[in-house]
Design a binder for this molecule. Structure first.
Ligand SMILES: Nc1ncnc2c1ncn2[C@@H]1O[C@H](COP(=O)(O)OP(=O)(O)OP(=O)(O)O)[C@@H](O)[C@H]1O
Ligand SMILES: [Mg+2]
Length: 239
């Protein structure tokens, strides 16, 4: 993986439905390709299937129809364990609802990806500080998630998604609970990860201003992706 032409995320004719005999699937023959080093933004109305697509790409939701490859590996060919390992090692998933573990401290939540990769406690501690600092929450390391505001929980979820320097970041509304300044700060953090580590980002957002940080913007509509011309967008509008 050292060339810009590599497909990091690829779907071919992906179709997904939550009900049987669905005549209008939530995702309908969707084709997407994101290459290494690219940032792609996804917008679309509530319920249009954006989170579903991220869940499928991360192997959390099974593939019903079509092809999905992540880092050149076809997900259908992998068993549950292999998909879990791929996700743990290579994907940083920022969940729309954070998914922090309430019984773990901020420090243990953030370093969980490292603990799962058997990184030593001393090394986990060493890597914790810069990422907590980067999201502005260094002082909250010993707190439990329920002591944090929504925006603080979101930033902890972001730190957890980034601490193991994943090749791919799937970010579901990562700035949804943040004020404008913190939001810009988080976006520049994501941006620096892409440029410094040749990472790849797929970002879901309702804000066109946020979406504009991406190389390409797609709007999800009736199960498909429509390319948007960024030069014609008014950055203040929200989706
Ligand atoms: N596990 C599930 N079981 C059944 N239906 C589901 C499930 N997850 C999502 N859906 C339905 O699929 C549709 C797409 O949901 P999804 O969460 O992908 O939308 P979204 O684009 O992320 O919306 P939002 O912008 O509100 O986050 C919705 O109508 C939702 O109710
Ligand atoms: Mg969603």
């Amino acid at each position: 993986m050292n060339s810009h032409s590599e497909s990091v995320l690829l779907t071919q004719d992906l179709t997904h439905s939550y009900t049987d005999n669905d005549t209008a699937p939530i995702i309908n023959q969707l084709n997407l390709e994101v290459k290494q080093g690219e940032a792609v933004a996804l917008i679309g109305r509530s319920g249009s299937g954006k989170s579903t697509l991220l869940n499928i790409l991360s192997g959390l939701e099974p593939i019903q129809k079509g092809q999905v490859s992540v880092l050149g590996q076809a997900l259908v060919d992998m068993n549950d364990k292999a998909r879990t390992l791929l996700r743990r090692k290579h994907i940083g998933f920022i969940y729309q609802s954070f998914n922090l573990i309430p019984t773990l401290t901020v420090a243990d939540n953030v370093t969980l990806p490292l603990a799962l990769a058997n990184v030593s406690k001393a090394e986990r501690q060493r890597q914790l500080e810069p990422i907590l600092d980067a999201v502005g929450l260094l002082s909250r390391s010993a707190d439990y998630p329920d002591r944090l505001s929504g925006g603080e929980q979101q930033r902890i979820a972001i730190a957890r998604a980034l601490i193991h320097k994943p090749d791919v970041i799937l970010a579901d509304e990562p700035t949804g609970n943040l004020d404008a300044t913190s939001g810009r700060h988080i976006l520049s953090l994501l941006q620096s990860l892409i440029s410094e580590q040749q990472g790849t980002l797929l970002l879901v957002t309702h804000s066109l201003e946020v979406a504009k940080m991406a190389d390409r913007i797609y709007a999800m509509k009736v199960g498909q992706l429509n390319s948007l011309d960024t030069s014609q967008l008014d950055g203040s509008s929200a989706w």
